[in-house]
Design a binder for this molecule. Structure first.
Ligand code: FES
Ligand code: FES
Length: 156
């Protein structure tokens, strides 16, 4: 099966896609976009989070065929003109990236939160990121990253 999608603003075509393949597999293995991580493949960890028509989803739970004709933004697509997105930059600066496996999904989830709620409270941040698991950081630095990104967004 052929799957045609728009990924990060560019049309992407994948041929010979098996009906059981996930969107995550197609992005990573067929479209050369390894930013979204494959940690559990069961919708439990959030490390594969991407936008699908503007909604954050676990790409491991989306069948590749369901992505036909739709608009996808991955963590790679948040950076602009070779510059990290302010959310990505905040994760780096606050030490919220350790092994980095959870980071792409957290960055997309935090980006979505700050788009909807520019100055989130701590409980709102925790709730928005509840579906994203991190085994390294203890989450405190991730909260710092979202607070910093929100602060910078408010000053911009
Ligand atoms: S790899 Fe998709 S939720 Fe864990
Ligand atoms: S930084 Fe390692 S899982 Fe989060």
């Amino acid at each position: 099966m052929r799957v045609t999608t728009t990924v990060n603003g560019t049309e992407q075509v994948a041929d010979d896609v098996w009906p059981g393949e996930s969107l995550l597999y197609v992005l990573r293995e067929r479209m050369g976009l390894p930013g979204s991580k494959n940690a559990c493949e069961q919708g439990e960890c959030g490390s594969c989070t991407v936008y699908l028509d503007g909604e954050p989803v676990c790409a491991c739970l989306v069948a590749a065929g369901q992505a036909q004709g739709r608009d996808i933004v991955t963590v790679e697509g948040l950076a602009e003109g070779g510059e990290l997105h302010p959310v990505q930059q905040a994760f780096v600066e606050t030490g919220a990236v350790q092994c980095g496996f959870c980071t792409p999904g957290l960055v997309v989830a935090a980006h979505d939160l700050l788009t909807r709620v520019p100055r989130p409270s701590d409980p709102e941040i925790r709730e928005a990121l509840a579906g994203n698991l991190c085994r390294c950081t203890g989450y405190e630095k991730i909260l710092d990253a979202v607070r910093l990104a929100a602060e910078r967004q408010a000053q911009a």
